[in-house]
Write a protein that binds this ligand. Sequence first.
Ligand SMILES: [Mg+2]
Length: 341
Amino acid sequence: MELEARTATLRMAETFVISRGASDEAEVVVVEIRHDGVAGYGEANPIERYDESAATALVFLQDAEGLLGDDPFALEAIGERLKERPGEHAAKAAIDGALHDLCGKLAGLPVWKLLGLRRVGPPTSWTIWLGDPDDMARRAENVRGRFKRLKLKLGGGDGLDVERVRAVRGVSDVPLQVDVNEFWSLDEALEAIPQLQELGVEYCEQPLPAGDPGGPELKRRSPLPIYVDEDLHMLEDVPACAERAHGLTVKLAKSGGIREAVRIVHAGRALGLGMMLGCMNESGLAVSAGAQIASLFDHVDLDGNLLLAEDPWPGVELVDGVQLPPDAPGLGVREAVSHTR
Ligand SMILES: [Mg+2]
């Protein structure tokens, strides 16, 4: 198999703000893997929080072709070879996406069908990124009727997080989820979460810093389910997460792709955990990879391509609030002509 990798810059429709910072653009890596005259494509957004960037991912990818071998269906063996090289989970996810796209095209089947899964998963949430309470309420009002749940980014560090939720609740009846991105202490979480429960919030994602020693106590005392995102990367993290959370937030850019994500789902289910699938600010190419396995999850946050000024890989369709993967071989998305090199 031949592998070609490049970086691509995606422009956000509006500046995206979370507790760690703001961004107008997302820098992703795109992988093309060719076999028998067929090309598969994959994409992921390297996560700065874990010391990955498009540049470090590209270095990894430029040296990865030799790990692929000549059988695109040998996903387990390829995955084992990739795992021998540490880190660079986004680069690995882009390879995994390209291989699944390729296998689906060679088999003439959409990836969800190849994996024996249902096409339709839960409705996606729409992210209301961090801002003043009024501003967040205005943005929630703007999408009324289009999304069946909202995910609010909290962690403003200004004592206004509960007000943010109250303001959005004032304009929206849909289920709310909140993501604190590690910005609360145990005491702040124990004070805020009961108030969030009164406002009808479904669950609270990553209130504490990853690995915070207060995690197990918060799990015991929180009236709302706690989900962990920054605490969870790979299958091996699941047992420790079960001690501090009621649910897991999986992202392909963290797990290294579809195969490890599916393993995490089953391990989490065995421990009685809820499962959520998220994404990064990514195009339809990466979002389609997530959408293929979305039916395995309780909650889905796959709005990455919808937050872009323009999706360079159209094909995923928002139908009744669900990010529906295409009914076409592989990941089923095609690069828009205007973006072709
Ligand atoms: Mg999160």
